[in-house]
Design a binder for this molecule. Structure first.
Ligand code: COI
Length: 372
């Protein structure tokens, strides 16, 4: 069995990288280079590279899905390109042109088509990472950057069974304040969550539920996912309302979050981007008015939250199992991603199977690796 076939059978989350990477460089003198294909391998950095000292590092996570006709399609790649641009801009890094980002992603998917798993919920996860590479210890923004696109066959990061996860609030620690870097998909934003997340995991939780940085009572997001609540304020299917914390500069503007809001409206569910306190969540879960909570993100897809703990108290949503609204939204989302349900919002971008053979540079490079 090939490496790709073995990885496709049981990919987990980013346990196996594919064979190729796409590299794009930027310099203050020349701007963006063309993309080039390189075999997966280590990056050599000067120990004074500015990313190591001052943390100029931003990334994206997007997916390509196998389609019923055997082709592959990227999911909302232009939105990921634009978000990378916004993150980069916040860290004084250059914005990559959307077309260059799209070409690089499409090329990588075409080259590593063999690594795309087939099952619903599985995907090829692309991780474009941009770092400052100039060697310079004085504090200023770098004049050189490298963007590397990596690819991994994946299951959803909490597994394909979408079993409910449990979350614990962030206590005294805060991760983001308005005007800070909470909205940027930058490495430092994730580093800020690691210590608290590790402590929550040690107490048996799957994730940290971040509260706002000022009052520590407004619910924000998990370390790498947005959150949603399903409230019951009436009888029957019309009696539920879906809410999610608003984007006010402290949470990542999730593309899955945006899909969930759109799909909920399509399905006739009332939605609101609405601030929610942790006290409201705990009280709602206990009274039965808050019937479901779920987290969503590119890596996680849509995963139920069964239990939340705050300041030593704990509350369960419904019976702790996945609720019908969460399941309905996730199924609709996955069916669109896999081309099973009509893509009425134009979220899929098909990758031509022959793309990898179209570009001379790719052909040349593939031949030179084969010869090496
Ligand atoms: C993603 O969902 O793509 C992310 O970047 C989150 C990360 C924590 C895996």
């Amino acid at each position: 069995m090939s490496d790709a076939a073995a990885a496709r059978r049981d990919p987990g989350f980013c346990r196996f990288h594919t064979e190729h990477t796409i590299v794009v460089d930027w310099s203050a003198e020349a701007g963006w280079s063309d993309w080039s294909v390189e075999p997966y391998g280590s990056i050599v950095l000067d120990p004074a590279a500015m990313v190591l000292h001052y943390g100029q590092s931003v990334f994206e996570g997007l997916k390509a899905f196998r389609q019923p006709d055997g082709s592959a399609a990227l999911f909302r790649p232009a939105d990921h390109a634009r978000r990378l641009g916004r993150s980069a801009s916040r860290l004084a890094m250059p914005e990559m042109p959307v077309d260059l980002f799209l070409e690089a992603c499409a090329e990588l998917v075409a080259l590593d088509d063999d690594w795309i798993p087939d099952e619903p919920g599985q995907a090829l996860y692309l991780r474009p990472l941009m770092i400052a590479t100039e060697a310079q210890v004085g504090l200023r923004d770098s004049r050189r950057y490298r963007c590397v696109f990596l690819a991994y066959p994946v299951d959803p990061c909490f597994g394909r069974d979408f079993a409910p996860i449990s979350v614990e609030t962030s206590g005294e620690s805060v991760r983001a304040v308005r005007g800070g870097m909470g909205e940027a998909k930058c490495s430092g934003n994730y580093a800020a969550s690691l210590m608290v997340r590790r402590e929550a995991l040690a107490r048996g939780f799957n994730e940290v539920l971040w509260l706002d940085g000022l009052e520590r009572r407004w619910v924000e997001e998990l370390s790498g996912m947005n959150v949603f609540f399903v409230w019951r304020d009436g009888d029957g299917p019309d009696g539920v309302r879906l809410t999610t914390p608003p984007c006010q500069g402290t949470i990542v503007r999730g593309i899955t979050r945006d899909c969930v809001l759109t799909l909920a409206r399509d399905l006739g569910i009332r939605v609101a981007e609405e601030p929610t306190t942790i006290d409201g969540v705990m009280a709602g879960a206990r009274s039965g008015r808050l019937v479901e909570m779920f987290a969503c993100g590119t890596a996680a897809v849509v995963v139920p939250v069964g239990r939340v703990a705050d300041a030593g108290a704990s509350a369960v949503f419904g019976d702790g199992r996945e609720g019908p609204v969460t399941a309905r939204l996730r199924n609709a989302f996955i069916e669109i991603q896999h081309g099973i349900r009509p893509d009425t919002h134009g979220w899929l971008r098909t990758v031509r199977n022959d793309l990898a053979s179209v570009h001379g540079s790719t052909d040349r490079q593939l031949r030179s690796w084969a010869d090496a």
